[in-house]
Design a protein around this ligand. Structure first.
Ligand code: FAD
Length: 425
């Protein structure tokens, strides 16, 4: 076992020879200063929920997970908080203050810094990725000095989904709004014809909607409808297209998967932070022995994208645990998967079989290439620098910012160089 150990899924062992779990910003600064003196590299490590060598380094990993979260509501209506805080912790605190975030990902255990660094998202045609809530980013740069950027600063669109490529983010400010209540209802029996005929009617059926499916000949998809009572109304429809509302207490994400770790369903109203994530913050989420892959296509091409993958159904099913479809609003962050376009996110949770999954991923990428599919930065994919450049109009501008703020490449690594996010050194 290396010093830093493995990622959450156990699929990657960090090679970094050093790991500093900073308890104060001063300790993080000291680690960067030391690396600078010795000519070594640094990468920030979050809660390890990415699936590849993305956070790894030949130098020192710096974690800010142990900083006191110290959440503070500001007069501007934002919350300032240490960047290593997990969403579940922050969301619970905000709910106690009568405030809320606009959205959450499926899992409340992931750190805010790590999630925003890769453009992590929840669902909802009106909901931007988690990084769109950033109202300030405080980070330690290669000079080990604190820096702060806000929306409106020229570098902000590059740094808001910044892949740790420019420094260690220590504190953020996020937009908040008054707390809201939600209900979560599960519908089953969604068919291919209905989904392909009108993806917007399914995925736009409420504030946040996920479709779980397995690419079978009969789709038999599940629709998870997360409705805001103040916007979508207190009642839930009996059907979403041909999918019917279930009256069971809890319906699992897929056949055979655990239900005890899921947030409440069955239409019982509750606060936003206990309905938006699929998994409960106080329970162990999915087993961990899995891989994930996800592609972002323009929502207007949703039906084409699904139809392009449908013939691969048998191949996909050979290693699939489940597919989830979600949506996001367009944004203007250079490296966001939703940059410049309303998006359909097509996600695959796989068995943890790197070789088997490695044989399927290129087939999926070939089918989706004509549609300009972008990969999730934190998940398994096979695109190289040319492939990333083709689908990421903001890549060159983002790289220019990273190279300017970190000219010696302290926060670069092999992964970022392979994808063209940083220059090769
Ligand atoms: C079970 C599971 C569920 C998931 N659900 C979703 C989901 O619903 N939606 C979705 O979009 N994705 C999802 N993901 C993917 C996950 O959100 C991303 O991989 C995210 O980047 C992980 O954050 P982390 O804190 O674990 O970061 P890590 O995996 O530790 O690092 C990821 C990146 O963030 C950078 N980073 C971390 N901390 C900092 C910091 N302090 N400063 C600067 N950069 C930093 C790292 O350098 C690295 O580049 C899921 C993953 C798992 C395993």
């Amino acid at each position: 076992m290396t010093i830093a150990g493995r990622n959450w899924a156990g699929s990657y062992e960090y090679a970094a020879p050093g790991l500093v779990a900073a308890r104060t910003v001063e300790e993080a600064r000291a680690a960067i200063r030391r690396a600078h003196r010795e000519g070594g590299r640094v990468r920030a490590l979050g809660t390890r929920h990415s699936f590849t060598d993305l956070p790894d380094t030949t130098g020192t990993l710096v974690s800010v997970l142990d900083l006191e979260p110290d959440p503070q509501l500001t007069p501007a209506g934002t919350v300032a908080v240490s960047a290593g805080v997990r969403y579940g912790v922050l969301a619970g605190w905000l709910e106690q203050q009568g405030r809320a975030l606009h959205n959450l990902g499926s899992l409340p255990h992931i750190s805010v810094a790590g999630a925003t660094a890769t453009g992590t998202h929840g669902s909802g045609l009106g909901n931007g990725v988690q990084s769109t809530a950033l109202r300030a980013i405080e980070y330690l740069g290669a000079d080990a000095e604190p820096h702060r950027v806000e929306p409106g600063d020229p570098d902000f669109p590059a740094l808001a989904v910044g892949l740790g490529a420019f420094g260690v983010v220590t504190r953020v400010e996020l937009a908040t709004q008054p707390s809201y209540r939600m209900r979560q209802d599960v519908y089953s029996g969604l068919g291919w014809d209905a989904l392909l005929a009108d993806p917007r009617a399914v995925l736009g059926a409420a504030y946040s909607v996920s479709v779980f499916m397995s690419w079978g000949a009969e789709l038999d998809g599940q629709v998870w409808r997360k409705a805001r009572l103040d916007r979508d109304g207190e009642e839930a429809p009996e059907t979403v297209l041909d999918a019917r509302r279930r009256d069971d207490d809890l319906v699992g994400i897929a056949e055979g998967l655990e239900v005890d770790n899921l947030t409440e369903q069955g239409g019982r109203p509750g606060p936003w932070n206990l309905r938006l994530p699929h998994f409960r913050a106080d329970a162990t989420p999915s087993a961990g022995a899995e891989l994930q892959t996800e592609y972002f296509v323009p929502f207007e091409l949703a039906a084409e994208a699904l139809a392009a993958l449908r013939p691969l159904g048998e191949l996909i099913r050979s290693r699939l645990l489940v597919t989830e479809l979600r949506t996001t609003a367009a944004d203007d962050l250079l490296l966001s998967g939703s940059s410049g376009r309303e998006t359909l996110a097509i996600h695959f949770t796989w068995q943890r079989d790197l070789e088997g999954v490695g044989a399927i991923v290129p087939e999926i990428e070939a089918a989706l290439a004509p549609l300009g599919a972008r990969p999730h930065w934190g998940k398994v994919h096979g695109l190289d620098a040319a492939g990333i450049a083709r689908v990421t109009p903001g890549l060159a501008a983002a790289r220019e910012v990273f190279e300017r703020v970190d000219p010696e490449g302290m926060f670069s690594n092999a992964h970022l160089e392979r994808l063209g996010v940083r220059l090769p050194r």
